[in-house]
Design a protein. Structure first.
Ligand code: PMP
Length: 427
């Protein structure tokens, strides 16, 4: 990545280009574009890769392994044949993996709510009976994690992200003395939005660090475990095993889903953890539900066949996505490389590119883009409460629009970044 820009770095020559940039921006506006890089949704072309699911399991096909009639109630843990496939991919024992509904976000929300209402194994009391509950939020991070905390009254403290995951020393220092810290969010593989991968060393530190709270949990949101964009396929650290080895078997709660493998709205979500946490989760689940959608589980198991089937399927996604990501990074490089106005990630997987612009200009860039017909994720979205203290980070999501639109949009975004930097330099 480019070095992180500072306001001063860009000041001298950009100011002189202000008039040119204003003309360039006016020309951009005159094109009357309507483009959208806001959310990490799969494109229709990607969804088409899984269209065979719509004909599965097929009329008359409803019996799963062991004779289970998938149409009926029951089977709270999810269909074993599907759990086996994802246990292999996620590196967890199948008995410690649950297959559930269509959204891992729901499983995360339920986990936090259950912890607030009942406590987790090792809690002295329900989290809601504590004077304060705090989660550590590495930034930039995923806005929906922060929204869960905000809605449920959980205080958020931030630590910086590094290319190897959350700044583990900063996390360790916080959890060591503050018993109100009950949780840490992390997206270990191809993080949202920065594409970082938690290294084995960071994972070991996080699962073994002493914590003032006896019931501290890491929300290990492995949403992009198999979502590679290059041949360099990152392998997530096996946090659940590492935590057990470190003598903290209940520290890690893993979440994942097929939302960006099959259908974002009709996939299957997974929860994995220690035996104690899985039975804790299942005990409450048993009150909430008589069983998950096993017909959906069956059709997913038939569609993939095995873990290699998932890997082969992900290579088809990669063929569609990789050119869009290269368009983003190559346009940023050709328009902004060496200008000192932006630093960006070049991820090996996941759904996002994270851009740091001149401090104080991110919201201006987003406004300029909007007024030129290019919708970007709101500035600040990657921080708790939507507030980026430096007004610097922008998350780009290039998966949804066709390649040509990604190219046009990114060229426009580059113009907006330059113009905002030039304005700041001359202000
Ligand atoms: N976690 C992360 C890090 C994500 O980026 C997303 C999707 N944007 C989700 C979870 C949501 O996953 P699901 O569809 O399984 O709720």
């Amino acid at each position: 990545p480019e070095p992180v820009p500072t306001a001063a770095a860009s000041a001298p020559d950009l100011g002189a280009r202000l008039d040119d940039l204003r003309r360039e921006y006016a020309a951009l506006q005159a094109r009357g574009l309507s483009l959208d890089l806001t959310r990490g949704k799969p494109s229709a072309e990607q969804l088409d890769l899984s269209d065979a699911l719509l004909a599965l399991p097929g009329e008359g096909v409803h019996t799963a392994e062991g004779g289970t009639d998938t149409r009926n109630y029951g089977g709270l843990a999810g269909l074993p044949e599907l759990r086996r496939i994802f246990a292999e991919l996620l590196g967890v024992p199948v008995e410690q993996l649950l297959a559930q509904g269509n959204a891992s976000l729901t499983l995360m929300y339920d986990t936090v709510v259950q912890a607030l209402l009942f406590g987790v194994p090792g809690s002295e009391r329900p989290w809601s009976r504590e004077e304060q509950v705090t989660f550590i939020c590495p930034v930039p991070g995923y806005d929906r994690h922060f929204a869960v905390c905000e809605e449920l009254g959980i205080r958020m403290v931030t630590v910086p992200m590094t290319p190897d995951g959350p700044d583990a020393e900063a996390v360790a220092a916080l959890v060591a003395d503050d018993p109100s810290i009950k949780g840490l969010w992390t997206v270990p593989t191809y993080g949202n939005p920065d594409g970082s991968v938690v290294s084995e060393a960071v994972a070991r530190r996080l699962v073994s660090m002493p914590t003032a709270a006896p019931d501290f949990r890491i929300f290990w949101d492995n949403a992009y475990a198999v979502h590679h964009l290059t041949e360099h396929e990152a392998k997530s650290a096996n946090a659940i095993d590492l935590a057990a080895e470190a003598g903290n078997p209940d520290r890690v709660l893993m979440f994942a889903s097929t939302s960006k493998i099959t259908f974002a709205g009709s996939g299957v979500a997974f929860f994995a953890s220690s035996p104690a946490n899985v039975s804790w989760f299942t005990k409450h689940l048993a009150i909430r539900s008589i069983g998950p959608d096993k017909v959906n589980h069956l059709r997913h198991a038939m569609f993939f066949g095995d873990a290699d089937g998932v890997r082969a399927h992900m290579r088809k996604h990669r063929e569609i996505l990789a050119p869009k990501f290269s368009a983003v990074t190559s346009i940023l490089e050709s328009r902004l490389g060496g200008a000192g106005v932006a630093a960006w990630t070049d991820p090996d997987g996941g759904y996002f590119v994270s851009v740091d612009v001149v401090p104080g200009t991110a919201s201006r860039v987003v406004t300029l883009a909007k007024e030129a017909g290019i919708a970007l994720t709101p500035a600040g979205a990657t921080f708790p409460y939507g507030r980026d203290p430096q007004d610097r980070n922008i998350r780009l999501a290039p998966s949804m629009p066709p390649l040509e639109e990604v190219q046009v949009a990114m060229d426009g975004v580059a113009t907006c970044i330059l113009l905002a930097a030039a304005e700041a330099a001359t202000a």
